[in-house]
Design a protein around this ligand. Structure first.
Ligand code: NDP
Ligand code: 2IT
Length: 449
């Protein structure tokens, strides 16, 4: 529990005000625990109510999304946009479309986004949104009608200088395209109001690859600086088989690792010869199929039902790239007893607090989500810059900037942890480095809301 009375008081207030929101409380608690030494060293934070303010979203918009399915029936979903913090730039963060979406999930993601976006070094505030709509099994027409209805309300609250949404689980290029089309129709404006756009209408090269590539750039730097090691010759397990998992697999392989497993919410595949990514891309990106299909196309590969079994596969590096709380204490212990040396989070909050504790006390290098997966939103910010300039950089230019950003994030987090006597604790370091910039900006701007 908290040492500081101030943090204890603020956290109790968050619990009282957000009852039952377990993901949100988990995310807040983790950050506040990291801030103990920062709060102790800087009385101005308490005097100015910085922590009370940072845990309360600036604005929350919940709305009805009605649309008509292919059978002519009216369907109703719930839409969310949480504009969490705009101290350092316009709200920025993805839109998640998944049946599990609720206020707690969107608030945890929006809260994390504040610190992640700050870590990128780029001028973007924190926000997140989405809906409990499930794109799985829907026709293109249904997805389009949902996206148009969703954007009809969302368009009243966003803008290129106000709030710039992007993709997340269930929201890829198809959904962003439909949403962008509707925004343009409603506002008669061709602006960079969304990122992750298609390349023919303002998207950035390398945005599709950015989160997965970024996780690997961060991991490579962590291995180099903390263990004098690299991906070369390592066995890698990656969960998920969506956008982040696919491009993490691509870069890990390019850096000399052998990725042997991928998963979805039904089960996982194991390919001891190394995942054939062209097969995965065909199944997931072209056919929108299930990962199970891989074993029908590649000899020697196995499929196992249930997704948590993936963490029992022996590996050197584990990159969870599916969803929150996918690695619990038992899975962490299985990874540790099989000799894992590094874990870096491509997904948001994929490790439970007990799993993180297990990794850290076993001396496993642990790269937290806010730092390790920040390459996606960083490249989104680069897309915003290109849109403002009405210009576009080459793939190589964007990729080089992404790599620099990920290397800087590692070092800034490492240094922040060291400054407060927690050398090697990259979780605390990321939380502190992300927080300090936002807190400075909030202090400078006074108490307005
Ligand atoms: P996708 O929708 O492309 O893929 C999600 C993958 O995770 C799918 O394989 C999906 O399986 C699996 N998954 C989703 N929910 C669950 C669940 N409840 N249990 C088990 N598996 C699940 O999303 P992304 O790849 O974009 O996102 C993956 C993670 O990365 C998320 O945590 C997201 O917030 C995070 N992230 C994404 C960024 C981006 O740029 N896209 C940036 C930073 C973080 P199934 O098909 O069965 O649902
Ligand atoms: O969690 C994330 O950082 C994202 N889903 C990407 C957000 C963005 O604005 O690109």
């Amino acid at each position: 529990m908290f040492q500081s009375e101030y943090l204890k008081r603020v956290y109790s207030g968050v619990e009282a005000r957000n009852p039952g929101e377990k993901e949100f409380l988990q995310a807040v608690r983790e950050v506040l625990e990291s801030l103990e030494p920062v709060v102790a060293a800087n009385p101005k934070l308490e005097e100015n109510g910085i922590i009370e303010r940072i845990v309360e979203p600036e604005r929350q918009i919940f709305f009805r999304v009605s649309w008509v399915d292919d059978n002519g029936r009216v369907q109703v979903n719930r839409g969310f946009r949480v504009q969490f913090n705009s101290a350092i730039g316009p709200y920025k963060g993805g839109l998640r479309l998944h049946p599990s979406v609720n206020a707690s999930v969107i608030k945890f993601l929006g809260f994390e986004q504040i610190f992640k976006n700050s870590l990128t070094g780029l001028p973007i505030g924190g926000g997140k949104g989405g809906s409990d709509f499930d794109p799985k099994g829907k026709s293109d027409g249904e997805v389009m009608r949902f996206c148009q209805s969703f954007m009809t309300e969302l368009s009243k609250h966003i803008g290129a200088d106000t709030d710039v949404p992007a993709g997340d689980i269930g929201t890829g290029a198809r959904e962003i395209g439909f949403m962008y089309g509707q925004y343009k129709r409603l506002r008669n404006e061709f602006t960079g109001v969304l990122t992750g756009k298609g390349l023919t209408y303002g998207g950035s090269l390398a945005r599709t690859e950015a989160t997965g590539y970024g996780v690997c750039y961060y991991t490579e730097e962590m291995l180099k600086c903390m263990k004098n090691d690299s991906f070369k010759g390592k066995t890698v397990v990656i969960s998920g088989s969506g956008n982040v998992a696919i491009y993490a697999t691509e870069k890990a392989t390019e850096l000399g690792g052998k990725v042997v497993a991928l998963s979805d919410s039904n089960g996982y595949i194991y390919d001891p010869n190394g995942i054939k990514l062209d097969v995965v891309k065909q199944i997931k990106e072209v056919e929108r199929g299930r990962i199970k299909e891989y074993v029908n196309r590649v000899d020697g590969a196995e499929y196992h039902e249930g997704c948590s079994g993936i963490w029992t596969i022996k590996c050197d590096i584990a990159l969870p790239c599916a969803t929150q709380n996918e690695i619990d204490e038992a899975s962490a212990k299985a990874l540790i007893s099989n000799g894992v040396i590094a874990v870096a989070e491509g997904a948001n909050m994929p490790s439970t607090p007990e799993a993180i504790e297990a990794f850290q006390s076993a001396g496993v290098l642990f790269g937290p989500a806010k730092a390790a997966n920040a390459g996606g939103v960083a490249t989104s910010a680069l897309e915003m810059s290109q849109n403002s300039m009405r210009y576009s950089w080459t793939f190589e230019e964007v990729d080089a900037k992404l790599k620099d950003i990920m290397i800087n994030i590692f070092h800034n987090s490492y240094d922040a942890a060291k400054k407060y006597g927690m050398e090697g604790n990259l979780l605390a370091g990321a939380n502190i480095a992300g927080f300090e910039k936002v807190a400075d900006a909030m202090l400078a701007q006074g108490v307005a809301y």
